[in-house]
Design a protein. Sequence first.
Length: 194
Amino acid sequence: MDWRKLLPIFILGLCQAGAAQAPSYGVGRTPTAEEVRAWDISIGPTGKELPPGRGTAKEGAPLFTQKGCAGCHGRMGSGSQAPTLIKSDGTTKNSLPCLVPCINDSNVMALHSPFATVIWDYINRGMPLGKEGSLRPDEVYALTAYLLFKNGVIQEDDVMDAQSLPKVAMPNGKGYSLPPEEWKHNAPRLRSYP
């Protein structure tokens, strides 16, 4: 009998034996479908996943200080080590080094993001630093409205909610983005078009 014909069977047998002997530590468990749904908090460009709530720039202004945004991003939303949130007037220069990735006047999120929902999603998931996820939806809508207003994207009295936020015409909405109707969960949001 030709041993070369038996080689694939032998290799397959070794692989199965190795897999069968993989250690099981008895730690953890498979999450339930409901737990997975609760962790899936990403907000797409269309905003269909946005929760109920509302907020305006006027409501967001005091929250910017109260929730600690100003402590990291600067009282005016710029001029500190944390990324620039509000484009400066250009008369002052930051003497502190910019953290990587460096977000400055040329790429402020409220001007560079193709969708306003990206701002809401980022604040909701990652702010304030060390207390991520602690903001209520109304607070996130108000802070998002504040940043959009301070960067000249919306008016101060515009109400941001699940219906209005996805409709905000972003300055870079047609520049560097995946069309909202084509975005799927776990897919990149930004894509360069020729």
